[in-house]
Design a protein around this ligand. Structure first.
Ligand code: 8YV
Length: 339
């Protein structure tokens, strides 16, 4: 009998690669062998006859791929917390299990959230650009030179209040923010899972918001941390920006399309808001040097590095392989999506 085939769409890191290769005797392992993202044609061709596939965010998991793989496919293991690249219904229909890595990247992404808030409020990107361009000697000193709003005393509004948002809030408490409000998919409802016991124990009010409008109008810092769904696409657009405070900043550590980029450019151009800190953006990674968002001095944009600590990426790789192997043998995964 032939060995079950697994397809892996990236090179992995040491420990994860070792765990996978230890199974070479019993599995046929087909792995994309380049630093460039896996090509669709390669994936469709190699998926044929696969029992398990380990994918990244840039690999669309849909009917086309599942059909190409065939009926023996048992598991998709995604190297991510987000699953918007995966058509869950198509998996459910075929009884294919889905593994993902939601817990091990929480701290890394929450750390980056704090970095982006401070960069946006304190004009980190703009300041550094001036120094690099040699403008520092010509900057006339004035008490208000390069000033921005202070984090202490802020109301922080969360669009989405899952693990990463809560871990970000946990960190922000140390900065002595005044209040937190959050919107989940069920507006006005108490938070479903209080992962860090925050709502019960924090010494500031943490309250459900009634609407996105309330988040826009009452927050000094808006954090986009929700999943991308048809309901959240362009949740933050022109109307939202119009309601925001002039000194407020918006942060996106979720998915680019939750914010309408054209509307954000306009809001920054017209000083409707103070700044933005983005880890993600629509159409990433295809952002060319002449993209209008890059002309906005008060917008900090980093290339989707939320989970990019060495420790986190190692753990994500290891858990992805563990999920893949568990899915092949019907065992419990580290984290499985309920389809
Ligand atoms: C990275 C993420 O894109 O896990 C996610 O859903 O967006 C980020 O952590 C991921 O590490 C790369 O696949």
């Amino acid at each position: 009998m032939s060995k079950p085939k697994v397809v892996v769409t990236r090179q992995l890191i040491d420990e994860a690669q070792r765990i996978l290769e230890d199974r070479k005797g019993e599995l046929e392992i087909v792995q994309w062998n380049s630093e460039k993202p896996c090509e669709r044609a390669w994936l469709l061709e190699n998926a044929k006859g696969a029992t398990g596939i380990l994918v990244m965010l840039s690999d669309q998991v849909n009917d086309e791929l599942l059909q190409a793989a065939g009926d023996q496919l048992k598991v998709i293991a995604s190297f991510s917390v987000g699953t918007d690249h995966i058509e869950r219904a198509a998996l459910k229909k075929r009884n294919v299990r889905l593994g993902y890595t939601p817990t091990c990247l929480t701290d890394a992404v929450a750390d980056l959230t704090v970095m982006l808030i401070l960069m946006a409020q304190r004009r980190g990107g703009e300041s550094m650009a001036k120094v690099i361009k040699g403008e520092w000697p010509q900057m006339p000193w004035h008490p208000l030179l390069m000033t921005g709003p202070q984090i202490r005393g802020c109301t922080v509004g969360f669009l989405g209040f899952g693990r990463i948002a809560q871990a970000s809030l946990q960190r922000l408490l140390a900065f002595r923010i005044k209040r937190a409000i959050y919107l989940t998919s069920k507006p006005g409802q108490p938070v479903k899972e209080d992962h860090f016991n925050l709502v019960k124990t924090a010494n500031i009010p943490i309250e459900p918001a009634q609407s996105a409008d309330q988040i826009a109008s009452e927050s000094d810092v808006v954090i986009v941390g929700c999943a991308l769904t048809p309901d959240t696409k362009h949740l933050v657009s022109t109307d939202f920006f119009k309601k925001m405070k002039k000194l407020a900043v918006i942060i996106n550590i979720a998915r680019g399309p939750v914010i309408d980029t054209d509307a954000l450019v306009k809001a920054l151009d017209q000083d409707q808001i103070f700044g933005a800190g983005l880890d993600v953006i629509e159409n990433e990674p295809n952002i060319q040097a002449d993209h209008p968002i890059l002309k906005q001095p008060r917008c900090v944009l980093v290339p989707h590095i939320g989970s990019a600590t060495i420790e986190t990426r190692e753990q994500m790789a290891t858990e992805s392989v563990e999920n893949l192997l568990a899915g092949l043998t019907g065992k419990e995964m580290v984290n499985e999506v309920e389809l």
